[in-house]
Design a protein around this ligand. Structure first.
Ligand code: MN
Length: 257
């Protein structure tokens, strides 16, 4: 049987499951808050056009107001100055939006240290245990942070030192940039740690990964439902011409154990 025919049969019989890695989009969806001297993204909002009423008796529809980087979204290379010549979200070749997923789980570490940073030894240890990161695949960083996704305050975890959320060390960011991965996905509001504005360089994951022409994926959920290796991830951002990113539906195909 052809592979795609077999896949269709396995989707039908449920032996391949589709896991939704996407956070719901609504006016309470957490968004990044930058220090006040910088421009800010807006919350997601629906603006009703009509709802089976005088404005349109038989139909319901809305305008949507959103930032490009709202909810589960994809960062395109041109989001960062280091990747400004490496392409907008609309020009990403579609075959680069689908790939195998590797999941690195630091839930335990992040539960005791909200500022936990993925470091090079973590990346090396994962590969000793599981083989090389997949070529043209996604590395997904599981931290348990998705459990906070319906509570914007717990999700941002701000005190007088700023936000405390897990992320990636500058060294590990550069390491990721040198791999054959498509990109790096996280459960937090962005791919960098909450404290990353104060790192050298600031926001090192954005700097290195987008500068290498790779992508970021954020606010992922349900990474606990993925195997360490073996899932296929499909990330589908809108083709916003010249855009720096887009809300995305992110799905995973998983073989039922
Ligand atoms: Mn972003």
């Amino acid at each position: 049987m052809a592979d795609l025919t077999a896949l269709a049969a396995r989707l039908t019989d449920g032996s391949v499951q589709v896991i939704d890695l996407t956070s719901p989009l609504h006016s309470g969806t957490p968004i990044l808050q930058l220090p006040p001297q910088f421009g800010q993204t807006q919350p997601f909002r629906l603006e009703e056009i009509s709802r089976y009423d005088d404005r349109g008796p038989n139909w319901y529809w809305n305008n949507i107001l959103t930032g490009e980087h709202t909810g589960t979204h994809l960062d395109a290379p041109n989001h960062w100055v280091t990747g400004k010549d490496k392409g907008d979200v609309a020009s990403i070749p579609p075959e680069r939006l689908i790939g195998p997923a590797a999941v690195i789980d630091k839930t335990r570490e992040a539960s005791v240290n909200a500022d936990y940073l993925l470091d090079v030894p973590d990346l090396e240890k994962w590969q000793e245990d599981n083989g090389q990161f997949p070529e043209k695949g996604w590395l997904l960083f599981r931290t348990g942070w998705d459990a906070r996704g319906d509570d914007p305050d717990a999700y941002a975890n701000v005190d007088d030192q700023g936000s405390h959320t897990p992320g990636v060390s500058p060294e590990a960011s550069r390491y990721l940039a040198g791999t054959g991965l498509l990109g790096f996905g996280v459960e937090t509001v962005g791919t960098d740690a909450g404290q990353a504005p104060g790192f050298t360089p600031p926001f090192p994951c954005h700097e290195a990964v987008l500068g290498a022409g790779k992508y970021g994926l954020t606010q992922l959920r349900n990474l606990d439902k993925l195997p360490v290796t073996g899932a296929i991830v499909i990330a589908a951002p809108l083709p916003i011409v010249t855009g720096s990113g887009s809300p995305a539906r992110v799905l995973a195909l998983v073989e039922r154990p």
